[in-house]
Write a protein that binds this ligand. Structure first.
Ligand SMILES: Nc1ncnc2c1ncn2[C@@H]1O[C@H](COP(=O)(O)OP(=O)(O)OP(=O)(O)O)[C@@H](O)[C@H]1O
Ligand SMILES: [Mg+2]
Length: 262
């Protein structure tokens, strides 16, 4: 049973709040993919932690009705890990590598060559000679990072979309908490929303964390323990998508060969 505000996650573009520029870019790319019957474009998602890069990656896969494969860059420790990830993807699937700047340079090279050739060189071992190459499906690669310059230029160049995430405005954060509380059937007094969003430092993960349901009671804590800071988040985004309330997330047609919890 879903009892925490973080238990409900956005499952469609309409559930995502704020990040107007990013969401507009994604909407255009989704429309183009649907119109042409093609995959979603490769994209680089850049921004500070907790701004919704992983949430957007999952939503893009759902909007494409595609399989979703997600790994952390640092969890790819051997060539076999990378091979399993790439070979596990089917046509139009979305492969999301989070914290991709943690990916060793040699694997970044394998990745961009794989995108170019749509083939994967296997074997070779210490001789450096490739034993065989196998075809890869026509998947979408989404790379998320807090440090875009930790990625090799050739790999960045292969990403058709550059999605830059910015901090959220207090209004967006208040909307986000209201949506999630509604999805959980909680009643939240309107007066509390600015208090939660005001102490969230511009990140959606923060209000979701500070508005946990206290054990055994019927809803979120009604009063913050200390006065909220007066300053808003580090920066503000320009607007919100508004619209639908957040729904609990089900599973995508996902598989995660070396996955992490979302
Ligand atoms: N635009 C949004 N609308 C609604 N919920 C959001 C939005 N962006 C993020 N969230 C929620 O905020 C939380 C943090 O988002 P997420 O994990 O996607 O951030 P991230 O950028 O991937 O962070 P990290 O860099 O730490 O991986 C999640 O619970 C996510 O569902
Ligand atoms: Mg993430």
């Amino acid at each position: 049973m879903k009892t925490e505000i973080g238990d409900v996650r956005p499952t469609s573009l309409a559930h995502l709040v704020g990040q107007r520029g990013v969401l507009d870019q994604v909407a255009v790319a989704l429309d183009a993919a649907h119109a042409d019957g093609k995959k979603f474009d490769h994209a680089l998602l850049v921004g500070p932690p907790g701004l919704g890069k992983s949430a957007l990656a999952e939503v893009a896969a759902r909007e494409m009705a595609s399989g979703f494969h997600e790994v952390l860059g640092q969890s790819i420790a051997t060539p076999a890990d990378l091979n399993a990830l790439l070979l596990g993807a089917q046509d139009r699937d979305v492969v999301h590598i989070d914290e991709c700047h943690e990916l060793p340079k040699e694997y970044q090279t394998v990745l961009y060559l794989a995108l170019d050739q749509r083939r994967l060189a296997l074997g070779g071992g210490r001789t450096g000679k490739s034993v065989q190459s196998v075809p890869l499906a026509d998947f979408t690669l989404l790379l998320s990072t807090t440090d875009e310059y930790g990625l090799m230029q050739p790999l960045r160049d292969r990403m058709k979309l550059l999605l830059r995430f910015d901090y959220y405005s207090p209004d967006d954060l208040a909307l986000l908490v209201r949506q999630r509380a509604a999805a959980l059937g909680w009643e939240v007094h309107g007066a509390i929303l600015p208090l939660i969003s005001g102490r969230s430092r511009g990140r959606p993960g923060s209000p979701c964390g500070c508005s946990r349901r206290p054990g055994g009671s019927a809803g979120p804590r009604a009063t913050p323990r200390s006065p909220p800071p007066t300053s808003p988040g580090p920066a503000a985004s320009k607007g919100s998508t508004g619209g639908a309330s957040a729904r609990p997330s089900g599973s995508t047609s996902a598989s995660s060969p070396a996955g992490r919890p979302g």
